[in-house]
Ligand binder design. Structure first.
Ligand SMILES: NC(=O)c1ccc[n+]([C@@H]2O[C@H](COP(=O)([O-])OP(=O)(O)OC[C@H]3O[C@@H](n4cnc5c(N)ncnc54)[C@H](OP(=O)(O)O)[C@@H]3O)[C@@H](O)[C@H]2O)c1
Length: 256
């Protein structure tokens, strides 16, 4: 049954923890109905929903491993059936550093799954809808600055490949009146990934800290929510932290 809701319907992938969870909470505070996607950690996703609802917002959990095409199709069908539309898609879920990940997993998740998600959700999105791709400076600038923490290069390359594949779809998004933005952040303080990278390659994270104060999860999530509301969404990149990346001659335009 289609629930008629005047609220914007926002799907945040990978919202059971970290940046996705805070992005979901901040969208909840705008009055949107937030779909909190998780892969395995249903309890954590339910806690995020409870926090949003307790704060006066509206949210529900939606489980799907976004690297599984059948899960993506089922999630799109569920959103269509329940809400009849999707206003904002935040492509936040990411991975590849998992201990059990096979060598092709990073590209499957960070490129192929992002494209599958965008294509599956686009028919549900009205004109004025937004697709946001969340990435890191270390991925966004991997071709210009290949010096990333040990073990992170394949992930960074797969995320940049995902960004490029999504950018190739901009004409399709535009033809439906749907905006596309990339939100790229420096290393974000306090996240699990940073603690993991710090254990693997402490000097690399230390060099980012030395470059200036690192953005917090709240800063980064706020930039994602603000970018979703901007009229400027025709391939723009919003940068959060890492001013040294932006002064480099490698950075030509905020459209790429
Ligand atoms: N951390 C940083 O310093 C940093 C900096 C810049 C940009 N970013 C970007 O910000 C985003 C979030 O980063 P984070 O550090 O918050 O990530 P994280 O702590 O590793 O959280 C990952 C989230 O994605 C979900 N997830 C993983 N694989 C999934 C899959 N196949 N299908 C569905 N959900 C999946 C996890 O769900 P389960 O727990 O249920 O498995 C979890 O909710 C990423 O795109 C990352 O590149 C991070």
């Amino acid at each position: 049954m289609v629930e008629s809701t005047a609220r914007r319907v926002v799907l945040v992938t990978g919202a059971s923890r970290g940046i996705g969870a805070d992005t979901a909470r901040q969208f909840g505070a705008t009055g949107a109905h937030v779909l909190v996607n998780f892969r395995e950690k249903r309890k954590r996703a339910e806690t995020v929903v409870t926090e949003i609802v307790t704060a006066g917002g509206s949210a529900s959990v939606i489980g799907a491993d976004v690297s599984e095409p059948d899960d993506v199709a089922a999630m799109a069908a569920d959103i269509q059936r329940t809400y009849g539309r999707l206003d904002v898609l935040v492509l936040n879920a990411s991975g590849g550093l998992e201990r059990d990940a096979d060598p092709g997993y990073a590209l499957r998740l960070n490129r192929d799954a992002q494209v599958d998600l965008a294509k599956a959700m686009l028919p549900l999105m009205p004109s004025g809808g937004r697709i946001m791709f969340v990435t890191s400076h270390q991925a966004h600038f991997i071709h210009e600055k290949p010096d990333v923490p040990a073990g992170y290069a394949p992930i960074a390359r797969s995320k940049r490949a995902g960004e490029d594949a999504l950018r190739a779809l901009i004409p399709e998004f535009r033809s439906r009146g749907v905006g596309f933005s990339v939100v790229s952040g420096d290393v974000i303080d306090g996240t699990i990934i940073v603690r993991l990278l710090e254990r693997r390659d402490a000097s690399s994270v230390a060099s980012r800290r030395a470059a200036g104060p690192l953005p917090t999860v709240e800063d980064f999530a706020a930039a994602i929510v603000t970018a979703a509301e901007s009229d400027d969404a025709d391939g723009r990149t919003v940068y959060v932290g890492g001013a040294d990346y932006l002064t480099s001659s490698a950075v030509g335009s905020d459209r790429g």
